[in-house]
Design a protein around this ligand. Structure first.
Ligand code: PSV
Ligand code: MN
Length: 430
């Protein structure tokens, strides 16, 4: 029995104001696409199948390392976060799963939490472990590393935490454990590059050994931060080597913000897929580093090119291509629900554009070295406004045509500001 947070009448009334215009735009786009042999309804069906998870921590105002500026009505615990995630899914119909982070989302009864989520129309995605931060009462510190620590007891504690996350995830219905470690150094000579990787691999193999048969461990690489000179799993190269050494259940996870500026991330996607190791994606955008800005807000073209590779991978699966897609953003100056609605829209639109690529024409142009026509095969769909396809898929699934308009009309945040306790000040998350 689901008990969704917004009233169905509110969404229906908002849609009634938008429907005629949407139908008009959809019909017009349909005629345009049919001139190049594309059936808009077939694209819409594939778009309706697409989904992306939202991070539990993204429901709050993350802040930066410097400060956090909370807003009234922000969620302060996993129950309120689930409610907000349910609002996002109810309006967008594209975010049916939440990715939890432990110990941030710790509760005493995970069976009850799973039921609570289900009653809000949600399931759980990958569980994320946290060995980049000390917790009150913790025996060992992660100040100088976790899975790669020089201290055996610290590595053991990090291994046990990851195994605990698997156990929690089993109760929640997850099948992926995402591991990002902040391990690394700030000074040349601080640690031995080879030995720290050896320690990481040995500890990670203990976590790997605890994975149930149908589970995967997703290794998330990151070039820098909080370590600024070197990190243990710094790039896709280290990630794929580690995943290959660990075994078939280990895959790589690409977070868009975890690369040097201007790195060709779409090529990384293709490389990881070529070796059957692309397991997951964290969507966000950035201008300078791991900015965690809203997906598609800075470089929507890159997002499209990434999806072009993901669709190519979908069509040519290797090793059961089944990536776990998630938004991983920090919302510092917006209402997090609005940011995730807008990001989910940007992500889905890029997916829809990638579906429009005439792959036969693209491959033919590539084979005959017709550079300009190969480029145009990507340019044409990139320049197409696919908004009506995404909005129609959403409308037909019961969502809102204008997600932000309906959200504002719902007065969700001001209402929650009356009910929820205020969030404390402080520094943000990484
Ligand atoms: C690290 O920067 C990261 O991208 C990882 O996915 C963490 O789990 C997440 O951000 C949380 O802040
Ligand atoms: Mn991430």
């Amino acid at each position: 029995m689901t008990d969704l947070p917004l009233s169905a009448d509110l969404i229906a009334e908002a849609n009634a104001r938008e429907l005629a215009a949407l139908e008009d735009d959809y019909a017009s786009l349909g005629r345009k696409l049919s001139r190049t042999g594309i059936d808009i309804d077939a694209i819409k069906i594939r778009v309706a199948d697409f989904s992306v998870a939202v991070p539990s921590w993204g429901a709050g105002r993350g802040g930066t390392r410097f400060a956090k500026f909370p807003i009234a009505g922000e969620p302060t615990n996993i129950h309120e976060k689930l409610e907000d995630c349910a609002v996002i899914n109810q309006l967008s119909c594209v975010t049916p799963r939440v990715s939890p982070h432990f110990p941030w989302d710790k509760v005493s009864d995970y069976k009850a939490l799973r039921e609570e989520a289900a009653s809000l129309g949600l399931g759980f995605d990958a569980v994320n472990s946290n060995t980049f931060q000390d917790q009150p009462g913790q025996a060992q510190t992660y100040a100088t590393g976790s899975l790669s620590s020089t201290v055996e007891a610290t590595r053991q504690q990090a291994v046990e935490h990851n195994i605990e996350c698997i156990e929690i995830g089993r109760q929640l219905g997850s099948t992926d454990l995402t591991v990002w470690v902040g391990d690394g150094t700030n000074f040349p000579g601080q640690q031995d590059f080879a030995r720290s990787l050896d320690r990481y691999l040995e500890a990670a193999s203990q976590v790997y050994a605890a994975l149930p048969d149908d589970w995967r461990i997703l290794l998330e690489h990151k070039m820098f931060e909080p370590a600024f000179y070197s990190t243990v799993i710094s790039d896709w190269g280290s990630s794929i080597l580690a995943a290959q050494e660990l075994g078939p259940k280990a895959k790589c996870l690409v977070d868009l913000g975890h690369h040097a500026p201007n790195v060709n991330i779409e090529q990384i996607v293709a490389r990881l897929h070529r070796f059957g190791k692309l397991g997951g994606f964290h969507f966000n955008d950035s201008k300078y580093g791991d900015d965690d800005l809203d997906s598609g807000s800075i470089n929507p073209h890159q997002l499209f090119l990434v999806f072009n590779e993901l669709v190519e991978a979908e069509l040519n699966p290797r090793d059961g291509f089944n990536p776990s897609y998630m938004i991983d953003q920090s919302h510092n100056v917006t209402d997090p629900i609005e940011s995730m609605l807008s990001s989910a829209e940007a992500i889905t639109q890029c997916y829809a554009k990638a579906l429009l690529v005439d792959r036969e024409a693209l491959h033919a142009a590539q084979t005959s070295n017709d550079t300009m026509m190969a480029f145009q095969a990507l340019r044409r769909p990139y320049n197409t406004d696919v908004g009506p396809i995404v909005a129609m898929a959403r409308y037909e699934a019961g969502g809102a045509i204008d997600v932000l308009g309906a959200y504002r009309t719902s007065q969700w945040r001001p209402r929650k500001a009356q009910e929820r306790k205020a969030v404390g000040l402080g520094a943000g998350i990484v």
